[in-house]
Write a protein that binds this ligand. Sequence first.
Ligand code: PLP
Length: 408
Amino acid sequence: MESLLQIMSADLAQRREQGTLKGEEQVVEAILAGGDGHGPRLLLAGQGQTTFLAMNSNSYLGLARHPALLAAAAQAADRYGVGPGAVRFISGTCRAHLELEEALARFHQRPAAMLFNSAYAAVLGVLAPLISPQTVVISDELNHNSIINGLRLAKPAAKEIYRHLDMEELEARISACRHQARRVLVVSDGVFSMRGDHAPLAHINEICQRHAASFPEGILTIIDDSHGVGAFGATGRGTEEQTGSRADLLIGTLGKAFGVNGGYVTGPPTLLAYLRETAPCYIFSNPISAAEAAAARASLAYVDSSAGGAALHKLASLAGRLRRGLTDLGYRTIQGDHPIVPVITGDTATNRQLAAFLFSRAILATPLSHPVVPRGQDEIRLQVTASHTAGDIDLLLDALAAFCSRPG
Ligand SMILES: Cc1ncc(COP(=O)(O)O)c(C=O)c1O
């Protein structure tokens, strides 16, 4: 043990030196309600009574403490207990899970949906069973870590990576494996979590349709739209709605815009029935709790209510306000409509200074450097939520303006 611990200490020290150590986690002590023109604020351990503006939450609709979700969770916990007590096929399935699966299928206008205990597990659970030794997988270079590790667990005939969003390269790679594969999977994030840009799904589908007949088992598109569902598109259907196109298999999370926890896949019933028999992280791992399932169903109902429509509208408008403000200040960002708004500094030291400066102004934002983003693409990821106010965005922009004009 002693020598192992020394190796680990050296590794941690190296990460600290390179500035890539994630380090101590901020501990949230309390969430204070918004009011008087500002959104909610956080109290953090060790920071006294300073109240922090969080620009680093995936809870895009601000639903985690919505009364309807809390009530649904409390009722379900009361009825089924706080934990499932077993995996789905033993005794862990309760009515709340089935009701949520039906609601998710309806939400995405699919014949069926299947829950996993996280989107990460959903990606692992979907990829491995669908990849045979005669399958070629083609994946965007900036896909989420769950896809990268999902592909590592599988044994495809080949794994091809195309440059981010480069449709010419995607098509060339599909053409090149014509005699090598029986089946092709094209796998992409919907919204890319570090950038807020999204896969050109209509174009991907058009390419796949053009080439599908060259493969005996066809080409399947698998989209992980964890940052898109509930947050993006006029009614929160994500990248599919934004691009007017659909994936064969759509994976989403319940733990970001929907404000709860868990993951899911939607698609053809036979395919999902096959996954229920073959996906290890579904078969051998407990599902989300009944309380989470009931809260997530309340969340879907919220998104489809007039309040949900208004929240989506507000979210898009606040994200636009932030992008315009950043551009006016001369910051580099990525244009688009998604509430992930990156500030690209391109430099690890500046990135760290900017995050620390924002922290000193009681603003939480995530600095991302290599290997989380490509070298030279260091960024501060800002995430807007519907519980922010225009005043919150202006406060952030004032702090960013002050960073530009600081002495030295
Ligand atoms: C694209 C993508 N997929 C999956 C996940 C994981 O989601 P979950 O927390 O539900 O496992 C994330 C979260 O960071 C993500 O960005």
